[in-house]
Write a protein that binds this ligand. Structure first.
Ligand code: HAM
Length: 423
């Protein structure tokens, strides 16, 4: 038997309404804040992610689904959406449009990660980006959008973690302070952290290995080492969030796993926090456009994990709107009644009523059993008698008693009940 590849999942019909609900509310919220949808390719030139996401990130070092295609191009299934959106911005000269350009997309992403609860190798993201402006009001708008979107989904007890990781002016000084803090403890660090100390010291703060926690916990937070411009930016962002009534906890250890961030970084957590539990995260990435060979373009964005949102909706017992249920089950008993039953189904569907048309030859008992389990509101059965009299045996499944009616009357009854909103 074949199985879905490890880290991927089949979303069965009963779970699809959760995903449809999250994505519908996501699109509605994006529109509410005037973010326009953009669609970019599922795969890109691998170099885009190596340069954009960053050579020293786990994503690029360990997790990319990269392959050489038949034309010898090195391509990668997108592990995240931000570099693609910035590429599209630069490629199409979108700086000529009114700025900031507000964009979103709902996409599947691919990361060769270790699968566990809420962590998949193929997953979906709501990705939201605002490009072309460095005003912290925009960082505030994005965080607000994210927070209000989660609230609108019905999630409770959200918490926001916030940090600033400076810019090219203040980061070197902070990294010196960080190295000075870590170097006396080098012996106690895990292998990864010893390497990080040399190649990417900021990521030291991100380590989850227990023996590295005391050193990381006592490290000086970046927000105490910001240059004047970054300090002012961070203060104005915090004021904007306070204005919106969104509580932010400062977390000096929050650095995020992608290389492009400058200044603002944030993550949103649900009520039950486990190691993998961020609903989403993001930040400002003022250097990415230049990193990709373009002009200087300040930008800020976030991505939320759709599977994680669904997981938390289920955890918090949030009821989501169900999928569309069929209204009428139409069955024939005996081959002669088949055309009449089909005509009845056609008639209903042309009026917008959803119909399950029974197929194959079955007994009346079998038809009724099937109708019952299918969960339709009405069952309409055609046999020899109905054929002769031009009638239908119609059963309102909420009342159980069947009635034999002229066809037009049965259709009227179904339509009237449908519009009357019963059940
Ligand atoms: P990220 O933190 O790598 O950021 O991913 C954002 C969210 O995607 C995570 O918080 C999580 O909810 C979800 N996610 C990530 N990996 C997985 C996985 N393996 N399985 C399930 N869900 C996952 C980014 O991707 C940035 N592009 C966000 C951003 C946009 N920054 C600026 N603009």
């Amino acid at each position: 038997m074949y199985q879905a590849p490890r880290g991927t999942q089949d979303v069965l019909p009963e779970d699809v309404p959760y995903f449809a609900y999250v994505e519908e509310v996501a699109s509605r919220f994006a529109a509410l804040y005037a973010y326009e949808e953009i669609r970019t390719p599922t795969f890109e030139d691998s170099a885009l992610f190596r340069r954009g996401t960053g050579e020293t990130t786990d994503i690029v070092e360990k997790q990319m689904y990269s392959f050489t295609d038949k034309g010898n191009s090195d391509v990668t299934l997108r592990p995240e959406a931000t570099p693609s959106i910035m590429r599209a911005y630069l490629q199409h000269g979108l700086h000529n449009r009114p700025q900031p350009l507000r964009l979103f997309q709902l996409v599947n992403c691919f990361r060769y990660d270790r699968p566990q609860a809420g962590r998949w190798r193929e997953f979906r993201q709501l990705d939201v980006e605002a490009i072309g402006e460095d005003d912290p009001a925009l960082d505030g708008e994005l965080i607000t959008l994210f927070w209000r979107f989660c609230e609108a989904l019905g999630l409770q007890n959200l918490s926001l973690e916030l940090n600033s990781i400076g810019d090219p002016a203040c980061r070197p000084h902070y990294l010196d302070a960080l190295r000075a803090h870590y170097e006396p403890h080098e012996e106690e660090l895990c292998g990864d952290c010893r390497r990080r100390l040399v190649v990417n010291p900021l990521r030291l703060l991100d380590c989850k290995v227990p023996s590295c926690q005391p050193v990381a916990d006592s490290a000086p937070p970046f927000f105490n080492h910001l240059c004047d411009a970054c300090r002012d930016h961070f203060a104005r962002l915090q004021a904007a969030l306070a204005d919106e009534g969104i509580p932010a906890s400062l977390n000096g250890r929050l650095v995020r796993g992608l290389d492009y961030y400058t200044r603002t970084v944030f993550e949103l957590f649900p009520a039950k926090v486990s190691a993998q539990a961020a609903l989403g995260g993001g930040g400002r990435y003022d250097g990415l456009a230049e990193q990709l060979g373009g002009r200087h373009v300040p930008a800020v964005g976030f991505a939320a994990g759709i599977e994680r949102l669904v997981l938390n909706l289920k955890d918090q017992n949030v009821v989501v709107p169900g999928g569309a249920r069929p209204r009428v089950y139409v069955g024939h008993v005996g081959p002669k009644a088949e055309p009449m039953a089909s005509e009845f189904a056609r008639n209903l569907r042309s009026r917008g009523v959803s119909v399950i048309r029974a197929v194959g030859e079955r007994s009346l008992r079998a038809r009724l059993r099937h109708a019952d389990s299918a969960g339709a509101r009405w069952t309409a059965i055609f046999g020899d008698e109905e054929l002769q009299n031009g009638t239908v045996c119609l059963r309102d499944m909420t009342a159980k008693e069947p009635a034999t009616l002229p066809i037009s009357q049965a259709i009227d009854q179904i339509i009237r009940a449908d519009h009357g909103g019963t059940k």
